[in-house]
Design a protein around this ligand. Structure first.
Ligand code: PLP
Length: 393
């Protein structure tokens, strides 16, 4: 039996049938079950921060799983406290941390903080943005600005108001004394790597301050080095009330985090929230290995440098399909002049390069933070060959 037929026999059809099955990886490379090698410029969708089988993660996870894999939240453990201390230190502001297992769960925590904040002052509306993505659980889905993903699952928690991403005037009209919180991505991730107009996050901050609403910044995809900064909002000089993290934080091990800054970190009382697996010692050990490696190897600088190299190389490709290259760090969207992205993704794969058709007209690149210029120089010609094939050039 092939992988396809085995998958189709037992898996729910929510992902369709993926085109390949991966077997193992090493650094920026992965191999499928037929032995084909690929340069991985998807990085597990912005998750595999240190690439695959990174020795620091392997060592940290191996040591921790051999020592203590799970504790429950009835007790404390060293990796969890150390990780929370490290995140608060990186943030550089007084904050408290809740650990979850995923981005959606980190956002559920943020939404519960918003609810408590709102209930204290008689406000319940969450303001979010069109084309945003915050996760698949019902709470996170309720604030996800992609109607096709959201509407089949109505009724959802609310009230939620959506405004166009990046439109501060629309946001100003929507945020008032009924608003409990505004939730916003620093750059749309699933929406196609779309940065907002400059000053947008600072504008959101001012509107939240004026209205008394919490500002929740969803850094699930943008955080922990992806843009060449620990936090994308930090690089904008903005102080949110809540930041959510997941994806790259665990370098492939499941972990999410909700950071409540200042008063927002004081909203929960014992019993208000919890998770059996959230912040388990093995995922925390992996996350510490990620943070240590990013710091020790100056990966933030590398991400900025290699990301610019990648953006420049893509920008100088002579393909009639490319309309623009967007994004920052190792988090780029290549805009195409039509719905060619699935075909480009497929052609790139055939050339040994994994990229992601995040939107019909956009290819997303989110390679590991350890990616080098030499790997970019290897990947870009493969991408160019894929574009040429699709455009018939
Ligand atoms: N928030 C953002 C910005 C995301 O990009 C994602 C996932 O793509 C999520 C939340 C949901 O994360 P998860 O799939 O870990 O639940």
């Amino acid at each position: 039996m092939t992988f396809d037929s085995r998958w189709q026999a037992v898996m729910m059809n929510n992902y369709g049938t993926p085109p390949i099955a991966l077997d193992h990886g090493d650094g920026v490379r992965v191999w499928d079950t037929d032995g084909n090698a690929y340069l991985d410029f998807v990085g597990g969708i912005a998750v595999s921060a240190l690439g695959h089988a990174h020795p620091a993660i392997v060592a940290a996870v191996t040591e921790q799983v051999g020592k203590l894999a799970h504790t429950s939240n009835l007790v404390m453990h060293e990796p969890g406290i150390t990780l929370a201390e490290r995140l608060v230190h990186l943030l550089g502001m007084p904050a408290r941390v809740f650990f979850a297992n995923s981005g959606a769960e980190a956002n559920e925590c943020a939404l519960k903080l918003a609810r408590l904040h709102g209930n204290r002052s008689g406000r319940s509306t969450i303001v979010s943005c069109t084309s945003s993505f915050h996760g698949r659980t019902l709470g996170a889905l309720s604030v996800t600005g992609n109607a096709a993903k959201r509407e089949p699952f109505a009724p959802l928690p609310g009230p939620v108001v959506f405004v166009d991403y990046g439109d501060l005037d629309a946001l100003a009209a929507a945020v008032d004394d009924t608003t409990a919180a505004v939730i916003v991505e620093p750059t749309l991730g699933e929406g196609g790597i779309v940065p907002p107009p400059s000053g947008f996050l600072a504008g959101v901050r001012s509107l939240c301050d004026a209205a008394g609403a919490l500002m929740i910044v969803d850094e699930v995809q943008s955080g922990i080095g992806r843009t060449g900064n620990w936090f994308a909002s930090q690089a904008e000089g903005v102080r949110p009330d809540v930041i959510t993290l997941a994806k790259g934080l665990g370098g492939g091990l499941p972990i999410g985090a909700c950071l409540g800054i200042g008063a927002a970190g004081e909203l929960f009382a014992p019993g208000d929230h919890g998770s059996t697996f959230g912040g388990n010692p093995v995922s925390c050990a992996a996350a510490l290995a990620v943070l240590d490696t990013i710091a020790d190897q100056q990966l933030l600088d590398q991400v900025k440098r290699v990301g610019q190299h990648l953006a420049d190389a893509l920008g100088s490709l002579d393909s009639p399909l490319i309309t623009e290259v967007r994004g920052s760090g190792l988090w780029l969207g290549v805009g195409l002049d039509g719905a060619h992205a699935p075909a480009v993704e497929q052609a790139a794969r055939a050339h040994g390069l994994l990229v992601n058709a995040v939107r019909p007209d956009t290819i997303r690149l989110a390679p590991p933070l350890i990616t080098t210029e030499a790997e970019v120089d290897e990947a870009v010609p493969l991408f160019a060959a894929a574009l040429a094939e699709v455009s018939g050039a």
